[in-house]
Design a protein around this ligand. Structure first.
Ligand code: NAX
Ligand code: K
Length: 533
């Protein structure tokens, strides 16, 4: 079942296009015309008065789109300059190129030609799209670095993606991994049919500027691809075809009714257990517990060791407290079948987490393992064998590196062949999926580009590049608590994780700069109400 907005890898996009063309109901040229028309339309929306535009056309179909854009803008009264290559493009791009040649000349695609011309209000980057297979070199690399000058940014429009961006990973091929200095950063990127992972990961959101997804009529063939990668959230700069943000991803609605009937008993809304640490370190777990309550768990019990009970006496009074000293206490508690979600890790202490993990995992109860529980897993690898599909691991990059050092190393080096850096580069999506498959659990790899993956390969991306203020102490504890609360309510683990991540981001968006983690659970009622949940 589709969840949220679908994301396609470049291979899935190509397969979708091929299926559409094989159907005989749409031609490659028609798709190209729609793509070019969509970009020209978006340019005219932002620059209503016709101005000067330079269109840079590359060797493939991305370049073909560029010739369509040039023609359409010319027809709309723009003064158009086209730079292109002599390479024989494919038949569709060649047809578009000829149509342009009937209107105007094609100058060489060189930095010199770019510099020589009169100033343009808009530059259209139609050099490479999904066909990028290796880092740009030579003259084209020089052009891209030239376009990377910040003075171009306000007028740079990327067709499908900024050229050089690997649309499967969000890495700029040819740039050191994790950097994009002097790469062509667009004000606007018009991508076709669906976002690709690279629009949302790593450098993608920084380089794409505003991302608009243009509908070019491929939906029925896309749905046949069984993509399996789902977007759990859209960030505000994200426009779906009709120019609006999608208000609430389907992930938010699906399955939430469970345990929320009008006549429901508190136990039918689930019982979450949040395990706290020793004296003086209870704050993190209390944040998690408050978030679990706000996520709608019917009951939430905070379980510190007996020696720390006293410091949990303050509100919220809705929280229950119960001492839990060791694994026997946990096992005894878990004989209560109504406990339907657990949270272990925030402020717990690594030793305590290691002691409790075997009993927790043996119960096969849905759980989120965060912070110290992840470090305990990394230091006691034998425990990992007991992980199961209802476990959610929520590592940040450092914890991920300790749990899955070889996968983190591949991600760091950027590609299976770092010397040549041939795309598609190994991505955070690949890393999270591989880790989830190995662990047999859900993996939520945190970052401004959070990736959530299930062992069967289903995945979501949550882009929060617009929320720098969410990187604050305790925000992760709140996220873990939200996951635990939703698990307790009976949501399947992947869905609970996606929804928790989305709610977390929405709460942060609502609060804005200056938020503290304490504010996040309190912002949830408004987010839930606004989303109609
Ligand atoms: N196929 C279709 O039906 C449609 C494709 N569309 C456009 O077509 C694009 C994909 O077109 P292509 O597959 O032709 O690929 P591109 O236009 O992205 O790339 C062109 C060619 O450049 C070569 N190349 C790759 N990396 C290179 C490098 N570093 N240096 C030099 N050459 C390099 C490749 O051999 C590739 O075929 C999409 O991004 C989109 O813009 C749109 O027209 C919509 C319809
Ligand atoms: K491009």
């Amino acid at each position: 079942m589709p969840i949220g907005t679908e994301i396609l890898t470049t291979a899935q996009m190509r397969a979708t296009e091929s299926a559409a063309m094989a159907s005989g109901r749409v031609s490659g040229a028609a798709l190209m015309e729609r793509a070019g028309r969509a970009v020209a339309g978006q340019i005219r929306l932002r620059w209503p008065r016709p101005g000067r535009v330079t269109v840079l056309c590359g060797p493939g179909n991305n370049g073909g789109d560029g010739y369509v854009i040039a023609r359409r803008l010319h027809q709309a009264g723009w003064r158009v300059r086209v730079l292109g290559l002599d390479n024989a493009p494919g038949p569709d791009a060649e047809a578009m190129r000829r149509q342009w040649l009937a209107i105007g000349p094609i100058l060489p695609l060189t930095e010199q030609a770019l510099r020589d011309g009169p100033d343009s209000d808009v530059h259209v980057d139609a050099i490479f799209g999904t066909g990028l297979t290796r880092p740009p070199e030579g003259e084209i690399a020089t052009i891209l670095r030239h376009l990377g000058d910040s003075r171009f940014r306000d007028g740079l429009v990327a067709v499908d993606c900024p050229s050089g961006l690997c649309m499967d990973s969000g890495a700029m091929l040819g740039w050191p991994r994790g950097t994009a200095e002097h790469a062509p950063a667009a004000r606007l990127t018009v991508a076709f049919d669906s976002p690709k992972p690279g629009h949302l990961l790593e450098q993608g959101p920084i380089l794409c500027g505003q991302l608009v997804i243009a509908d070019i009529g491929l939906r029925e063939w896309r749905e046949g691809q069984g993509a399996g990668i789902r977007l759990g959230c859209l960030w505000p700069a994200f426009d779906i075809a009709d120019g609006r943000c999608q208000p609430v991803p389907a992930v938010v609605r699906a399955g939430l009714d469970k345990g929320r009937t009008r006549h429901g008993h508190k136990f039918s809304h689930g019982h979450a257990l949040v395990i706290a640490g020793g004296p003086g370190r209870g704050g993190a777990a209390r944040l998690s517990a408050r978030a679990a309550l706000r996520a709608g768990a019917g009951l939430v019990t905070l379980c510190p060791p007996d020696a720390a009970m006293a410091e949990h006496a303050q509100p919220p009074d809705a929280l229950m407290r119960r001492p839990m000293d060791g694994a026997e206490d946990l096992t005894a508690l878990l004989t209560d079948r109504r406990i339907s979600g657990l949270c272990l890790g925030p402020g717990c202490g690594i030793d305590r987490a290691a002691v409790l993990l075997p009993a927790l995992l043996a119960s096969r109860r849905p759980c989120v393992l965060d912070a110290d529980a992840l470090t305990a897993l990394a230091t006691h690898p034998a425990l990992a064998g007991a992980l199961h599909e209802a476990c959610v691991l929520t590592p940040h990059a450092g914890e991920f590196g300790r749990l899955f050092p070889d996968i983190a190393e591949r991600l760091q080096s950027g590609s299976d062949d770092p010397a040549a850096m041939r795309g598609p580069a190994f991505s955070r999506l690949d890393a999270a999926r591989e880790a989830a498959a190995r662990a047999g659990a859900i993996v939520l790899l945190k970052g401004p580009d959070t990736v959530i993956a299930a062992p069967d390969g289903r995945a979501m991306i949550h882009s929060a590049f617009d929320l720098p203020w969410l990187a604050t102490a305790g925000a992760g504890d709140v996220l873990a608590g939200l996951v635990a609360g939703l698990l307790a309510r009976g949501l399947p683990a992947l869905r609970a994780t996606g929804l928790a991540t989305w709610l977390h981001g929405q709460a942060a968006r609502r609060l804005g700069p200056g938020l503290t983690a304490d504010d996040l659970p309190e912002a949830l009622p408004a987010v839930l109400r606004q989303s109609g949940l």
